[in-house]
Design a protein around this ligand. Structure first.
Ligand SMILES: [Zn+2]
Length: 304
């Protein structure tokens, strides 16, 4: 039996701050017709330029995946795209009145919940899957990065991360079927190591973050003075390091929440292929650069 393309039943909005710009914005999902695909529209700019969620429009993968076209940019697109793929939504127009997608709680869940509230509907057109017919591998040995896709009936993803730090260690996460996404993957939040956080703060590259939307790994000794400074930055009276090496700003939803979040990002970035995938992905130390390079390789190899 063929599966039909999906869109949403009605428009729905979500508001929040961008992680890197700190700017408040409103994102509105609108229904779209068959074969429209996923597109962003910058409604705050003259002539409201449209930027397709397509690998050909990726302009940066530093700290998040950014799309750009005709001077219009959309920053941090990966979590919202992940939510759309998780729900099997093929066609939607996403209005945004600011350059960065709100970070919300650092996961895909707020987008997924908004989309579920809007409801999904089937369109009178078959889904056009990218069916993987051969094994495709992308490796960056110097960074111990490897991502591959093999033929499979379902879209499945296995992720391994290891940053050679004791506090995080090796972690694995798996998605056996896209139906697991909502419960197992969507709630998993982004994470950052203390030294990265300090770099971002010092260089003014993180503004919308507070201690509720990132898991912070403390991978070295920190003094009370540093903790007090961090507490000040995040507008909390105090913060401390828990036994598992993370800051006490939040409780993990899953022990392997960081690996699950990397899986969430893989699904989000691979959405830029423009069509749903039938294939088995295995990714070691994936990141936005690897994911988008790999997406291009799949497109070029299979001519999709
Ligand atoms: Zn992410």
């Amino acid at each position: 039996m063929t599966e039909k393309q999906k869109t949403i039943n009605q428009s729905v909005s979500i508001e929040g701050n961008g992680l890197h710009t700190g700017k408040t914005g409103t994102l509105t999902f609108h229904p779209a017709q068959a074969d429209h695909g996923i597109k962003f529209r910058r409604v705050d700019l003259v002539n409201a330029p449209v930027v397709p969620a397509d690998i050909d429009y990726v302009v940066s993968t530093a700290r998040g995946t950014t799309l750009g076209h005709d001077g219009a940019f959309i920053y941090t697109i990966e979590h919202v795209l992940s939510a759309l793929t998780g729900l099997g939504i093929d066609n939607v127009l996403i209005d945004l009145d600011v350059e960065e997608i709100p970070i919300m709680d650092g996961s895909a869940r707020p987008f997924l919940e908004a989309l579920k509230k809007a409801g999904t509907v089937e369109l009178d057109a078959d889904k056009q899957f990218v069916v993987i017919t051969q094994t495709i591998i992308h490796e960056v040995p110097s960074k111990k990065i490897k991502i591959m896709i093999e033929p499979a009936e379902e879209y499945t993803v296995d992720v391994v991360i290891d940053y050679e730090t004791q506090v995080l260690g090796e972690q694995r996460a798996s998605l056996h079927h896209i139906g697991e996404f909502e419960r197992e993957i969507a709630p998993c939040r982004t994470f950052v190591f203390l030294h990265e956080l300090e770099f971002l703060l010092q260089n003014n590259l993180i503004k919308g973050g507070d201690l509720s939307n990132a898991i912070v790994f403390i991978n070295r000794q920190v003094s009370q003075e540093e903790l007090d400074r961090l507490a000040g930055v995040f507008n909390k009276p105090t913060v401390k390091v828990k036994d598992n090496g993370i800051l006490n700003n939040l409780n993990l939803h899953f022990d392997n929440e960081p690996a699950r979040h990397k899986l969430l990002d893989v699904i989000g970035d691979l959405t830029l292929l423009g069509k749903p995938i039938k294939g088995k992905i295995t990714a070691c130390r994936p990141g936005h650069q690897t994911n988008t390079e790999f997406t291009k390789i799949i497109r070029n190899t299979l001519k999709v």
